[in-house]
Design a protein around this ligand. Sequence first.
Ligand code: ZN
Length: 486
Amino acid sequence: MIDPGAYRATIGLEIHVALNTRSKMFCGCSTDFGAPPNTNVCPVCLGLPGSLPVTNSGAVNLGIIAARALGSQVRTRSHFERKNYHYPDLPKGYQISQYSAPLAVGGELVLDDVEGEGGRIGIIRVHLEEDAGKSTHSADKGSTLLDFNRCGVPLAEIVTEPHIQSPGQARRFLEELRALLRVVGVSEVRMEEGELRCDVNFNLVRCDEGEGPVRTEISEVKNLNSFRSVQRASEYELKRHVEAVSRGDVLEHETRHWDEERGVTYSARSKEMAHDYRYFPDPDLPPLVIDPGYADHLAGGMPEPPRAKRIRFADEFGLSRYDAAVLVADPPLADFFEETVSHGASARAAARWITGEVAAHLNASGAAISDVPASPAHLAELLELLEAEQISEKVAKRVWRDVFESGTMPRVIVERECLAKIDDPEELRDIVSAVIAENPDAAAEYSSGKDRAIGYLVGKVMEDTRGRADPRLVNDILRDMLRSGS
Ligand SMILES: [Zn+2]
């Protein structure tokens, strides 16, 4: 019997990300998703004879930014090659890619240590290539429809070292990568539009490496298009490899597919694996010559990466790791937070409100923060009123609802609706004594020793004052009056 805990995964990922350009990699066709089939095509992306590709400099710039964001070294000279294979969705009969001289090499992505899934994941290379078309097989498998709109859409392929040690860490890596690429503007990474697709290279090692390698070979699971399926496919492979080792089986190096519905990977037909792509430099395209100063210039304009921002939010503003992570995961909210603080609000209060009330209102309305009339100045003023104890927390929430919809300044709402906190003990004593008179049963219960009754009475006072009373003060006055029997 073999202990599954004696083994762990080693996972490497190959990630294809659609670059955020308006036109394709080597022609002027639109990259719009969802256009009617075969409308965004031209002789170049259809590979018609006599057509010549021209490299999209915008796509190269985004590739350079992606590489620099990952700490990769952008090579001064790289070139495009033809990857030859025959498949119906590839009208040229080859895909333009980079193989022997990729755009960039090296680099890493650091994952924070959350639930033991932190680590430094090395990057082997970042290269540019074009996407293939899309095949749709009819339900009866009698025919296949081809849409070439996606042919030639620019992609960056990012290949990691096999440093990932668990299915959960693979998912964490992809989440962090997605956040990074979005922030630096390389890609929108819309998963539902297939803008990130991933191959998983899975292998098994003994935790105690002194005992020698485990006899399993890499299995490649191809073309996964959600973080969840990457994690599930890796979990499945981990189990499959451990079971094979415990039986004494030797697994072969193979390509596998993921069946989302059944939750299993299955072997691809063997001929699919026997690729010889016959790479050779594309004679129609000049090499990419990138001056290091130019790459520095592009990298210099890059926004702050998510991890650096999380660290800064924790250090500079004293936020918890959790609050920093929630804010940074949503860049417009993170900007809203920083602006609120720059208007003089306390950072912790601003973080608490933005991750709480502000986010809740946005979720409920489905609006983006940039589309609502509430601004950081509004929130800062509201927090100032709260801080100065001029309004209660309950009233503040009510005021925010109004601010969120109308864009009226909080102070104006508070004055207009007489919402200022009642903290005058005399005024409160009058209200409390009226509440006691109206609720003799609860008052009697408290007097007979049932402490819980006080909560009911405080609630009544808060109700009568529309949340304006100071609950601590009400509590004190109530106890005082009930005890003295007045
Ligand atoms: Zn085209």
